[in-house]
Write a protein that binds this ligand. Structure first.
Ligand SMILES: C[S@@+](CC[C@H](N)C(=O)[O-])C[C@H]1O[C@@H](n2cnc3c(N)ncnc32)[C@H](O)[C@@H]1O
Length: 230
């Protein structure tokens, strides 16, 4: 959380009050609440009723006027307008068409997109075995690997209870890391980079290699920092 807030403070030169932020696939709303506490006008979007009820409980008890939640598929984000900051943590690798979704995020992000995600690697890796990922294949024009979340005919009530998984799709596509980075550039982000200071210790913490998962920061290339009110 601290690493993400550090990036957001840089992105908005410390002036986050009133800036709009959306937290996609917000689970129980803990991150969204922290963004609101930091001063953002924060909206958490979550597809599962069982999760959003917990988010609403959090909102009722915190009583922050700048904290909101809604039950919706994060794929519908365009219907909610644009946001100064978009936080997409633990969601991208649960989508069937991640490149198309990144294009959508390119449309709705005004300044900065922060992504915490698994990615696929071209080489064999620990996560490739752990998650039984497919061979490397091309999907949406990009290399990556398929991850079967649950059987395609899984009962919808059962899916609703799997609170950490994908929602409307039974298989997800993990973009190969270089393709993820290139898609971000293709859909209008630059600079694009990986942030490492979420690790407890850059030398001894092997989280990234153990999970093929990291934190990525992408700024809108067309954002005019000179004319913007900071
Ligand atoms: C792995 S959890 C990540 C939770 C949180 N964002 C985090 O980083 O800790 C994935 C979350 O995304 C939600 N989710 C999955 N697919 C979704 C979709 N299409 N729209 C909205 N939420 C979705 C799940 O219900 C779950 O709460």
């Amino acid at each position: 959380m601290e690493a993400v807030l550090r990036t957001l403070n840089i992105a908005f030169a410390g002036q986050v009050s009133g800036k709009t932020l959306v937290d996609l696939g917000c689970l129980e709303g803990g991150w969204t609440a922290e963004f609101a506490r930091a001063g953002f006008d924060a909206l958490g979007i979550e597809a599962r009723k069982v999760n959003i009820e917990k988010c609403k409980y959090v909102a009722e008890h915190l009583n922050l006027p700048n904290l909101r939640f809604c039950l919706d598929d994060a794929l519908n984000i365009e219907q909610r307008g644009r946001f100064d900051a978009v936080f997409c943590s633990g969601l991208l690798y649960h989508l069937e068409d991640p490149a198309a979704y990144l294009r959508t995020l390119g449309e709705v992000t005004r300044r900065v997109l922060i992504i915490q995600t698994h990615y696929a690697t071209a080489e064999e890796s620990v996560p490739r075995q752990t998650y039984s990922l497919s061979d490397l294949v091309t999907h949406e024009g990009n290399l990556g690997r398929w991850y079967e979340e649950y059987p395609a005919d899984a009962d919808s009530e059962w899916v609703e209870q799997q609170t950490w998984t994908s929602y409307g799709n039974s298989r997800s596509f993990w973009l190969e890391k270089r393709h993820l980075l290139q898609v971000l550039r293709d859909v209008g982000f630059s600079p694009v980079y990986e942030q490492f200071d979420f690790l407890a210790n850059a030398v001894t913490d092997d989280y990234i290699e153990r999970h093929d998962r990291s934190l990525f920061v992408a700024y809108k290339a067309d954002y005019d920092f000179n004319s913007a009110e900071l």
